[in-house]
Design a protein around this ligand. Structure first.
Ligand code: LLP
Length: 428
């Protein structure tokens, strides 16, 4: 079983030294719980695995996985950079204390106004298209900016089609065959191209496609170096490092992964005579995925054509099962190690049939009032949540050595309407 969790002397699920049942009682459900130590451990594991093989190595945490300010502060303290994909993520990262040079903006289909925001913020800009390059050139104070390009290496991988970002169907990046020309063009427009980037997809547990992408990107970087005369300050292989969601899925052997990637990287640097740039990766899920739990209370047990366990969370709080058919392990908080005794569907409270956390899942006996923990809810959970069905967003807490802090208040009904205006004529 590759899913880790702790229990306390009562036999209850324990998170960061706190009883999960008490968290649910005290802070209500649904509730996102983050384990600070786990985030730090995950970060340090990747950092050490790579930097022990290549010292000029830098992580750019993919903020989209979880943008809570507490999470961002933890990563700032750990020394991470930030992969930001929108002005909102740049804004959040700056507020969390990241200096602009530690933020790489990789937008796609961004407006010129958004580009100007990035430029004015002083963050590094990673370009996705020739259009973006040309529009950037027309903006105020663009001259001399250090830029990089995201390249599509025609290798893609990921846990679902929606999460594969390399290959012919992908909207991301410039084509391999235009790479040399876009760098030449960037230079002629007065930019200083200093980096190259790719991101082939998300939820990758098999190192092979990632390794292939590293090789291809390095070959492209080699050509850009030799034919366009670009001296690279950084080469960025993106994120995508997977975590086990099912008990059977393997854990990525990060040390071996790092040593294989770095070996390839070093070989290619010497093959093309590239002078040791900073090597970057952009993990999101790997850093925060297994540090998050979504606690939800069972309010309905219904024997219909199937047996449904109805809970007070829904796909508005965790979209992944509905959107990608993703598996999230589910534990009963007061008996997390109990053996399954039935197969049930765990259904949310949203008025759509696709609102299921699990179909036909072997689980122990469950009664109304039980609290369930939906595991691996640290990445792409809160950050993909919505108020659909007019459900206020849940609270988020962070736990550390038995201490609990609320890092986002539970929303109220008033929050649902806080940005609406009702024109006067509707009062008549
Ligand atoms: N860098 C770039 C440019 C990205 O687009 C992404 C993710 C990452 C890094 C981080 O990928 P990670 O290490 O977290 O796999 N909502 C989906 C995942 C979408 C990821 C999009 N881009 C999910 O819940 O599985």
């Amino acid at each position: 079983m590759n899913l880790q969790f702790n229990t306390n002397e009562k036999g209850n699920l324990e998170i960061g030294g706190v009883d999960a049942l008490e968290l649910a009682q005290e802070y209500g459900t649904p509730l996102y719980v983050l384990d600070e130590m786990r985030i730090r451990d995950n970060y340090q594991r990747v950092e050490q695995a790579f930097s022990s093989e290549y010292s000029d190595f830098k992580i750019f945490y993919a903020a989209k996985a979880n943008t809570n300010l507490a999470v961002m502060r933890i990563l700032e303290q750990e020394g991470s950079g930030i992969d930001a994909v929108s002005p909102g993520e740049i804004y959040t990262a700056l507020l969390a204390g990241f200096e602009p040079e530690r933020i790489l903006f990789t937008g796609n289909n961004v407006t010129s106004e958004e580009l100007q925001f990035a430029l004015d913020s002083g963050v590094r800009i990673n370009l996705d298209s020739v259009s973006m390059l040309e529009r950037l050139a027309g903006l105020d104070n663009a001259e001399g900016t250090k830029i990089s390009f995201r390249v599509n290496p025609m290798v893609g991988a990921g846990h679902h089609d929606h999460c594969i970002t390399g290959g012919e169907l992908s909207k991301f990046g410039v084509m391999e065959q235009e790479a040399v020309d876009v760098y030449k063009k960037a230079k002629s427009l007065g930019f200083e191209p200093v980096g190259i980037h790719t991101h082939i997809g998300s939820g990758i547990l098999d190192p092979e496609p990632f390794k292939l992408a590293v090789k291809v990107l390095m070959d492209i970087a080699g050509r850009v170096h030799q034919e366009a005369g670009v001296e690279f300050e950084f080469i960025d292989f993106g994120g995508g490092l997977g975590i086990p969601y099912t008990p059977e899925e393997p854990v990525l052997n990060i040390k071996q992964f790092a040593s294989e990637i770095v070996a390839l990287y070093k070989d290619k640097l010497s093959e093309y005579g590239i002078d040791s740039p900073t090597m970057c990766i952009e993990p999101g899920r790997y850093i925060v995925g297994d540090a998050g739990y979504l606690l939800t209370r069972v309010n309905t047990v219904k024997q219909s054509y199937r047996k449904f366990i109805g809970v007070d969370a829904g796909f508005n709080t965790l979209l992944r099962p509905t959107m990608y058919d993703s598996y999230h392990h589910i534990l009963v908080v007061d008996k997390p190690t109990a053996q399954p005794s039935q197969n049930v569907d765990v259904a949310g409270n949203i008025c759509e049939s696709g609102d299921l956390f699990a179909r036909n899942r072997p689980l122990p006996n469950i009664i109304e009032g039980d609290v369930l923990s939906i595991m691996n809810a640290g990445a792409y959970s809160f950050s993909m949540s919505s108020q659909y069905n007019s459900r206020p967003l849940p609270a988020e807490v962070i736990v550390q050595e038995g201490k609990v802090d609320v890092i986002r208040e539970r929303e109220t009904y008033a929050d649902l309407l806080s940005k609406q205006n009702l024109p006067l004529r509707f009062f008549k």
